[in-house]
Design a protein around this ligand. Structure first.
Ligand SMILES: [Zn+2]
Length: 531
């Protein structure tokens, strides 16, 4: 059966992107408070208990309590948590919990150190602007940062001081949203403490294609988890169905969640986070593949993470890499047979376009365009072999999950009805997604060899164009050779003949001239009519 979906493309030009005026309203999270029987009564009783025991709680003039949480046990015991203010300013370290019996009688209390928050002066001698500048200087790992000072009573060590609590927000080393909080004495300007505004977390993702998985997320200072991978630096956002041509790095909204459990594991899901789980995790797999296999530090080898968009366009059955916004975009599929385009080999393919741009920069037309596409198919597939997921078993079928049964295949590319198995003078005139067939066919022959075989339950039958029999040396070695050829020897105008030379140079560097590996590379090229 011939797949009918449109071929994977990528952005060709940076082009002037139209400003997106029609932004979809940001998804405001409405906290649906669970009605707890007796909650209001418990709070009222707790307030009365604090007032009646003012000395115990250090509760004096100018103070107020703000309810933060209420826990009511099965036996009716109540635990009411408060934050404290002094003259309208938040008291850092002034929080307390009132423990009451089922009737609201005080049983016990838990109190943070700052229960005597009275400070002499409320007029800071160090102005906010000075404080903000100082805080920015104290956050060296964070670039393009802004700062927001807030006047507080800082009493976390038991001694109350008027202080500026300044949150510096910007981008971390890998380009991910990052923040730091710096607290300075409002009278002397001295730093009291600093800490990261976010914390690395490990979320549970109910993925669309690979079951329940663990994903790297970030706990933000507002208590919400976000799809920011703090290790690899990528951020996953909802494009809210704006078209791919309108997407910029700043488009869309970051995925956030209260309990760090994401998605519902279904295709075509109404839960918008489901596709985001796959996209977020598969970006991490691709990053890890390049890092752990080749020592490559991110797509551009500069340690920076990309922005990943899901829900791009309407029924957009495609995915795309854009150098212009250093982002990747994924569509929701065709709405019937093809689900969201966030499966592993598809995402590995698109991010590999970024790697190619940053290295050989193979021109996206003619034979070099076919080699560009083939490189993305090869490494997209190798990411799948690297992940070795039991649900998405490694294969030589491309985009088999999001474009079933597959969009392209390596053993005999012409089975898609369009791609070339063998080089000819006319190959360069084909669409780049079809001239790639020669490179993909070479990759299969060099990795697995010619003829019929079954691998992980899939049967392949790879012919040769010259009637030879080719013995493969395994896809790990061939991928290693191809990566070196791409990053060391190929240039923007490399054609298939040049690719043969580049890969033989790479094989010679890695395994020696005349080695088994070198000979297998040469034999496989000859077998696809590249000599
Ligand atoms: Zn592509």
């Amino acid at each position: 059966m011939s797949p009918t979906s449109s071929p994977r493309r990528r952005t060709l030009t940076a082009g002037a992107l139209a400003a997106t005026a029609a932004l979809v309203a940001a998804g405001v999270q409405v906290a649906t408070a669970t009605a707890v029987p007796g909650r209001d009564t418990a709070i009222a009783k707790a307030r009365a208990n604090v007032s009646h025991n003012a000395e115990l709680f250090g509760f004096g003039a100018g103070q107020a309590l703000q309810v933060k949480d209420v826990v009511i046990d099965a036996d009716g015991s109540q635990h009411v948590r408060f934050d404290r203010t002094y003259q309208g300013l938040p008291v850092v370290g002034g929080d307390l919990v009132v423990h009451q019996d089922a009737h609201g009688r005080l049983k016990d209390s838990s109190r943070a150190k700052g229960h005597n928050p009275a400070v002499r002066s409320t007029v800071p001698s160090v102005p906010a602007q000075t404080t903000a500048a100082k805080a920015l200087a104290a956050a060296p790992g964070i670039s393009s940062a802004t700062s927001q000072p807030e006047l507080v009573v800082w009493a976390a060590d038991g001694t109350a001081r008027l202080a500026w609590q300044t949150t510096v927000s910007g981008l971390g080393k890998q380009g991910q949203p990052s923040g730091r909080v710096i607290v300075t004495d409002a009278t002397t300007g001295e730093e009291i403490e600093h800490f990261d505004a976010e914390h690395e977390a490990s979320g549970t993702g109910r993925s669309e294609y690979t079951g329940d998985i663990t994903i790297s997320t970030t706990l933000q200072s507002n208590g919400q988890y976000a799809l920011i991978d703090p290790v690899r630096g990528h951020t996953t956002k909802d494009a809210h169905n704006i078209s791919s041509s309108a997407v910029k790095a700043s488009s869309g909204t970051l995925f956030t969640d209260a309990d760090n459990i994401w998605g519902d594991g279904r295709k075509f899901s109404s839960d918008r986070a489901t596709a985001a789980v796959d996209a977020h995790a598969n970006t991490a797999w691709t990053y890890d593949y390049y890092k752990n296999t080749f020592g490559r530090n991110g797509i551009k080898n500069d340690g920076k993470g990309a922005t990943v968009f899901v829900h791009v366009g309407t029924n957009w059955d495609n995915a795309q890499w854009s150098d212009a916004c250093f982002c990747m975009m994924t569509g929701d599929g065709d709405g019937t047979t093809d689900p969201e385009q966030v499966d592993l080999d598809t995402m590995g393919h698109e991010m590999t376009h970024g790697v190619t741009s940053a290295t050989a920069n193979l021109r996206y037309s003619g034979e070099s365009g076919g080699l560009n596409e083939s490189t993305s198919d090869i490494f997209g597939t190798m990411v799948e072999w690297y992940a070795n997921n039991s649900v998405d078993t490694p294969d030589y079928l491309f985009s088999d999950q999001s474009t079933p049964p597959w969009l392209r295949r390596f053993d005999k590319p012409s089975l898609d009805g369009r791609s070339a198995d063998c080089w000819s003078k006319k190959v360069g005139q084909l669409d780049v997604h079809n001239s790639s067939g020669v490179g993909n066919h070479w990759f299969f022959l060099a990795s697995e060899g010619s003829g019929s075989r079954t691998i992980n339950g899939v049967t392949y039958n790879s012919p040769t164009c010259n009637g030879s029999t080719v013995t493969g040396i395994g896809n790990q070695k061939i991928a290693k050779i191809w990566y070196r050829a791409l990053t060391v020897y190929m240039t923007s105008t490399t054609d298939y003949k040049g690719a043969r030379t580049a890969s033989l140079n790479a094989a010679k560097d890695l395994y020696g001239a005349g080695s088994t590996e070198y000979n297998a590379v040469a034999a496989a090229w000859s077998a696809v009519s590249v000599s």
